[in-house]
Design a protein. Structure first.
Length: 207
């Protein structure tokens, strides 16, 4: 969460540098109110495809996964959503990892996830809220170094929501909140799951 707190001001700075025309603010002069030259691109242009990178933190069940329940997460997602379409779709890969030391032993925890579902972006200006939901296939592994490891897989549902700030025609920054639910696993003889809550910074590339 420290990563999110440190990087959040960058999003605010990026939005603060956008021109008044892009944010919907009233122009301060006649010159600012004049239309942009035809050869200038607009920051609110919509494109059919987007690649999104995720960097954040995934929180698993504290009772089952301590001391590796707070895992750093990285992911990549592809979204297909044509301008004017009722709804689009998404597919992605994510992985998370944490390590700690308990009782003289190194403990490592990780997850790997493949998912796909529907995606809907609202508005076409600089600020673009969105929703997504679908089905995920997730693997969770816990290892006590030197003693052994175990893992299990499960199918689960997921949902996420967030907001993109379109800082140019091609690039966007944002925040994403995500949850996975309904997984069922058995690791090292213990019935558990890989359900999680997640918060991440995102960087999007439109094409």
């Amino acid at each position: 969460m420290k990563l999110i707190a440190c990087c959040l001001p960058l999003l605010l700075c990026a939005c603060a540098t956008l021109p008044p025309e892009a944010t919907g603010a009233e122009p301060r002069s006649v010159a600012q109110a004049a239309p942009a030259p035809a050869n200038q691109s607009t920051v609110v242009a919509s494109r059919d495809n987007r690649i999104t990178l995720y960097l954040g933190q995934r929180n698993l069940d504290e009772d089952d996964y301590t001391p590796v329940d707070e895992q750093s997460v990285f992911g990549v997602e592809y979204v297909r959503e044509a301008p004017g379409s009722v709804i689009g779709w998404e597919i992605g890969l994510m992985g998370s990892y944490d390590e700690d030391r308990v009782g003289g032993f190194d403990v490592e925890g990780s997850t790997g996830e493949l998912y796909g579902g529907v995606h809907k972006t609202f508005l076409t200006g600089v600020v673009r809220p969105y929703l997504g939901a679908g089905i995920s296939f997730i693997n969770s592994e816990v290892e006590v170094v030197g003693l052994g490891k175990d893992d299990d897989d499960s199918v689960a549902g997921y949902a996420h929501l967030g907001v993109l700030f379109q800082v140019s025609a091609l690039f966007s920054l944002g925040l994403d909140a995500r949850a996975l639910f309904g997984s069922d696993m058995q690791i090292a003889g213990v019935s558990t799951d890989a359900d999680y809550g997640q918060l991440a910074l995102i960087l999007g590339f439109a094409f």
